[in-house]
Design a protein around this ligand. Structure first.
Ligand SMILES: C[S@@+](CC[C@H](N)C(=O)[O-])C[C@H]1O[C@@H](n2cnc3c(N)ncnc32)[C@H](O)[C@@H]1O
Length: 259
């Protein structure tokens, strides 16, 4: 079998964010609960403007739009934006989807809310991560909120080597590894046995680096957000209702920062 190395946008984005995600049992229902949590906790009303930063294949954005919000959403992977646009058309909702880099946001005081879901924060070095938060801060109106839905750094999932059967082949996920001194969760090198093309697909350097995540503690995040200008920062331990306080053994670390 031929072996090829492919990048995030050209191959892996679709495998992970569309095919692999769709194979997770109950994911659609779960996403709806996440959207309900956000609408309730951020006090969003019909017509409120929301920015979905790193929207992936757009599932949450489409649900927000169905609930009457005015949604702008972007992701670095054009392949995912194409999938998201097609899904929005099929669902007959309007979402302003576009391909873009979260480090280059130029919005000014436009949104009531901005969200980064399924741990979409911490992909870069510390300065760049801060720049992302600053871009989100500027995008919000006075009184608007940024919500970060993060893995709890004190309660990392038990990552395991897994084989998953997907449309068109088999995906092997190696477990993430925590580089503790650096505070970086090193992304999984994955392999896809592509039975349609009769080839083995590996991740190239670009696809691999897309998976590395700097893990921040609550105190570190709070300090960054306050430095940028956010006035109040709250933490919750899960991203579905009812609200639960954040603790060391929480499932998630949900951060809400008020501008
Ligand atoms: C963990 S996924 C989450 C996707 C989506 N929010 C969800 O919940 O399904 C992270 C996303 O970040 C995107 N991404 C990575 N680097 C980015 C960047 N510099 N700017 C915008 N999006 C980026 C990836 O393409 C991927 O879709």
């Amino acid at each position: 079998m031929e072996k090829v190395e492919l990048g995030w946008d050209e191959f892996w984005a679709e495998i992970f964010r569309v095919r692999h995600r769709q194979a997770i049992q109950g994911i659609e229902q779960y996403d709806k609960l996440v959207v309900s949590f956000i609408i309730e906790v951020l006090n969003l009303k019909k017509g409120s403007e929301i920015l979905d930063i790193a929207c992936g294949a757009g599932g949450h954005s489409i649900d927000f739009a169905k609930r009457g919000l005015k949604v702008t959403a972007f992701d670095i992977a054009k392949s995912l934006i194409d999938v998201a646009k097609k899904a929005a058309k099929e669902e007959k909702v309007e979402v302003n989807f576009y391909a873009g880099d979260m480090r280059d946001m130029t919005f000014e005081s436009q949104f009531k809310a901005a969200v980064m879901l399924s741990h979409s924060f911490g992909f870069f070095n510390h300065e760049e991560n801060k720049r992302v938060l600053l871009g989100a801060y500027r995008a919000l109106k006075e009184g608007g909120c940024l919500l970060l839905d993060l893995i709890n750094p004190y309660n990392l999932p038990k990552f395991q080597k897994t084989w998953t059967q997907l449309d068109g082949g088999f995906l092997l996920n190696e477990p993430h590894v925590l580089d503790a001194p650096a505070g970086v969760l090193i992304g999984r090198p994955a392999m896809f046995i592509d039975t349609e093309e009769d080839r083995i697909v590996l991740m190239d350097q670009d696809a691999l680096s897309n998976n590395d995540i700097r893990m921040y503690t609550a105190l570190e995040i709070q300090e960054m957000l306050k430095e940028i200008g956010f006035t109040k920062v709250e933490f919750y331990g899960q991203h579905i209702l009812p609200r639960v306080p954040y603790a060391s053994n929480s499932e998630r670390m949900v951060v809400i920062a008020h501008r």
